[in-house]
Design a protein around this ligand. Sequence first.
Ligand SMILES: Cc1ncc(COP(=O)(O)O)c(C=O)c1O
Length: 367
Amino acid sequence: MSGSTTGPALPDFPWDSLADHTATARSHPDGVVDLSVGTPVDPVPELIRDALAAVSDQPGYPTTHGTPELRQAAVDAMDRRFGVRGLDPVAVLPTIGSKELVAWLPTLLGVRGGDLVAIPELAYPTYEVGALLAGAEVARVEGLTALGPRRPALLWLNSPSNPTGRVLPIEHLRKVVDWARERGTIIASDECYLSLTWDSSAVSILDPRVSGGSTEGLLAVHSLSKSSSLAGYRAGFVTGDPVLVKRLLEIRKHAGMIVPRPVQSAMTAALRDDQHVVEQRARYEARRKVLREAVLGAGFRVDHSEAGLYLWATRDEDAWDTVAWLASRGILAAPGTFYGPKGGKHVRMALTATDERIAAAAARLTA
Ligand SMILES: Cc1ncc(COP(=O)(O)O)c(C=O)c1O
């Protein structure tokens, strides 16, 4: 843990601990295949770049709430892509990518010391960081029964999951929503991999079969980083319960948490077009097929991974041994422990490398 005299103690940044394995993997004569982070590598679609460039002359401040066109485009995309009907554009709030929202959501919602934030047992590290920044307690839970009578102020869901690629079925999500509403717990559902499903389909927390047709107590957190290869633009939005979104908007206005105006236009173009999402999805699907076959061929087991951008793989040994074995072949993967103590026997391999690098990884795995 690293701390300071004034701030909360935060975990060490996990990727720093990969340095030795990175050096080993980089020394491979044919170069490293870095599958340790999920950073997109494909070109930003032209229609999005054009939309960004068309509004480069912007001397004035943008609005924190985003342009009406952007909010309407988000509402329409939620309807077309995920069957979420009838959202009010007022309840859409653009974010500077979704990581900052994940990190600050508990604080912005007024979660404080003494409160509890529940996160998945194996989870994107920033859920924990956000709870710690708010001074709250964190509980990693596999099932809600583990919480007993406790009432979390906030519960994070992430389906499809990073790192496991697991998808939560509709009936399960519906039960979680009922459970949370009975206790006054806010649900934040991180849906950044919702359009990247392979062996099963995933639904939004705002799907009427899950939400019962009401947004009460629910927030859906969306990112354009993966679906539109826009990680470099920092583009996301949150939508759901209008009362909660209004609260977030008020604080974000005061705090200057504003998406730059050219990015707002780029997001509008991206949300209006589904074709580039379909094309990007196909690229990842092809890479997944190649990498998965090679990983299985090398004697790994792949658990879950039915959706999302990662293979959650194991050789039933300590994750760091697997990381070392892969690094000696010039392949860098993340140990499962980055995502929680229960990840000690898995590694996470990202599909976000070029076709050429994925083919190189496959060749090295099966040599
Ligand atoms: C589960 C999850 N949530 C949120 C993010 C943050 O994405 P961004 O800040 O690019 O929107 C990521 C990034 O990998 C992620 O895996």
